[in-house]
Design a protein around this ligand. Structure first.
Ligand SMILES: Cc1cc2nc3c(=O)[nH]c(=O)nc-3n(C[C@H](O)[C@H](O)[C@H](O)COP(=O)(O)OP(=O)(O)OC[C@H]3O[C@@H](n4cnc5c(N)ncnc54)[C@H](O)[C@@H]3O)c2cc1C
Length: 456
């Protein structure tokens, strides 16, 4: 059969399976590949028929939520069909009494949040409102409050997926304690569309807090003293019985001040009292380390200056500080590294990033959930690939063995090539052999976002 005839036959099969199929356009491109088709199923049954048709015609499939982060990971090697999930945007069930909600994977976080808020509840993940449930799960993204509530993997209690061959699989359910069978939800969290299509997910919910308060400390000084100080504050806040919901850190310029922000949630009175105690705790850490803080910084209005102007703590605020929960995305061409580590290694990781910046002359942004052992490091797009690869290698080498790793979420082709012999995007992530075996099991034809993970 000629290519044209087989494309026509494939298009016919897709249209028979799904009531919304159109030709792909440049706006649908994933990486540089314009898909032949964009199909938007309205139900799990349609998604199943669609993926079966794709299997029969050997079509490569890339799932798409809001499409905001299709540039993360390596671009797929093939992309014949983009499966657009935005028609599957319903909250199917909200069992407020059980603190559980079942939602379709194309639902946007903000829409789900507004439904749940009517009963004073939420999915406790701080991700942008435009992102879809499927995209958040597939990218395994969590914001600042992962410290208290965990990541999508922890909040997900049930999932429905369509495998590459069109078979529908369910795992878990509405019960928070659910132990029977394989936990497919955990496999699909972070799978970046490579294992199958997520069509529904069930989450455990939390009550919306009555009050919130942020306490922010900022230190400036000479490395490594200042990184040690910031790490000591983050560890003290995260481990304190004051039960912080989040402990975030940012350093927006290499060698510049480091901010540690702590979020407390609960009843209004309780939060106010805990915020004052948290302020005292951070202040005590700063005082105990005062001898090593050397340079100075200008005090922000209303800030309490502790020991000269080297460090300061802002009065507890009911609004989030600037950049709270921000991920330094830096555009599609920027290099974005996610560093995960044991919290006890925070000072080592911060100093490693600083040392790599000094050695390479790069000026990274660093932000993230220091108290939960996850930082994002962004390098501007214009960096020479060899230099950026050196930076990534230095950071990876400095993380104590078995205590963390650094994965590139986003990297341009020249940087991917420069790192090809040095761990690629994933570095020395443990369990790659097992992950390959899982991929082979779920998608033996390698048609789901093939090549998205360079190791698969
Ligand atoms: C704290 C925080 C702050 C952030 N801030 C921003 C921000 O300001 N701006 C921004 O753009 N992003 C931001 N992000 C990233 C943002 O959360 C992601 O863009 C989002 O999670 C992706 O959702 P999406 O619907 O756009 O997915 P897409 O970009 O459409 O897809 C992402 C990946 O998931 C796969 N996928 C999507 N749906 C499914 C499905 N149903 N089944 C299987 N695989 C699927 C895709 O193939 C792709 O690999 C932030 C993340 C965090 C944690």
């Amino acid at each position: 059969m000629s290519a044209r005839l087989s494309a026509a036959a494939a298009g016919k099969a897709l249209a028979a399976a799904c009531d919304s199929v159109r030709p792909g356009t440049a706006d649908d491109a994933v990486g540089a590949i314009v898909p032949s088709f964009v199909a938007a199923p309205s139900s799990t049954a349609q998604a199943s028929a669609l993926l079966r048709a794709c299997a029969e015609h050997d079509l490569a499939v890339v799932p798409r939520g809001s499409g905001s982060r299709l540039g993360w990971g390596a671009p797929p090697a093939r992309c014949d069909v983009v499966v657009d999930m935005l028609r599957m945007g319903a909250v199917i069930e909200h069992a407020a009494g059980d603190l559980v909600a079942r939602v379709q994977a194309g639902a946007r976080m903000a829409d789900v949040a507004s439904v749940l808020a009517k009963a004073g509840q939420e999915i406790a993940l701080d991700v942008p409102g435009g992102a879809t449930i499927g995209g958040v799960l597939a990218d395994a993204l969590a914001g600042p409050r992962r410290l208290r509530y965990g990541t999508p993997r922890d909040l997900l209690i049930g999932i429905t997926v369509v495998r590459a061959d069109g078979m529908v699989a369910h795992s878990g359910g509405k019960v928070v304690k659910n132990v029977a069978g394989y936990d497919i939800g955990k496999l699909f969290t972070g799978s970046a569309g490579t294992l199958g299509l997520i069509t529904e997910a069930t989450f455990r919910l939390h009550p919306l807090p009555a009050a919130r308060a942020w306490v922010t400390a900022r230190v400036q000084g000479t490395s490594p003293e200042v990184t040690t100080m910031a790490a000591a504050m983050a560890a003290a806040a995260a481990n304190s019985p004051l039960v912080a919901s989040a402990v975030e850190l940012d350093r927006l310029a290499s060698g510049g001040p480091i901010s540690v922000g702590v979020l407390l949630e609960g009843s209004a009175d309780g939060v106010a009292a805990r915020a004052e105690e948290m302020k005292g705790l951070l202040s005590a850490v700063i005082r105990s380390g005062d001898a090593v803080i050397r340079s100075s910084d200008e005090a922000a209005p209303g800030a309490e200056v502790v020991h000269g102007a080297h460090a300061m703590i802002t009065a507890p605020a009911s609004a989030a500080p600037d950049c709270w929960g921000w991920v330094p995305l830096g555009g599609d061409d920027a290099t974005l590294l996610r560093v995960s580590f044991w919290v006890s290694a925070l000072a080592v990781v911060l100093e490693a990033i600083e040392a790599a910046a000094r050695e390479t002359g790069l000026r990274p942004f660093v932000m993230g959930s220091a108290g939960a052992g996850a930082l994002y490091v962004m390098l501007p797009a214009a960096e020479a690939p060899g230099v950026a690869a050196r930076f990534v290698g230095l950071v990876r080498a400095a993380i104590p063995a078995g205590r963390g790793g650094a994965v590139l979420l986003s990297a341009r082709a020249p940087l991917r090539a420069a790192l090809a012999d040095d761990g690629g995007l994933a570095g020395s992530t443990p369990g790659l052999a097992l992950m390959r075996a899982v991929k082979d099991q779920f998608d033996p034809g390698h048609r789901m976002a093939p090549g998205r993970f360079t190791w698969a």
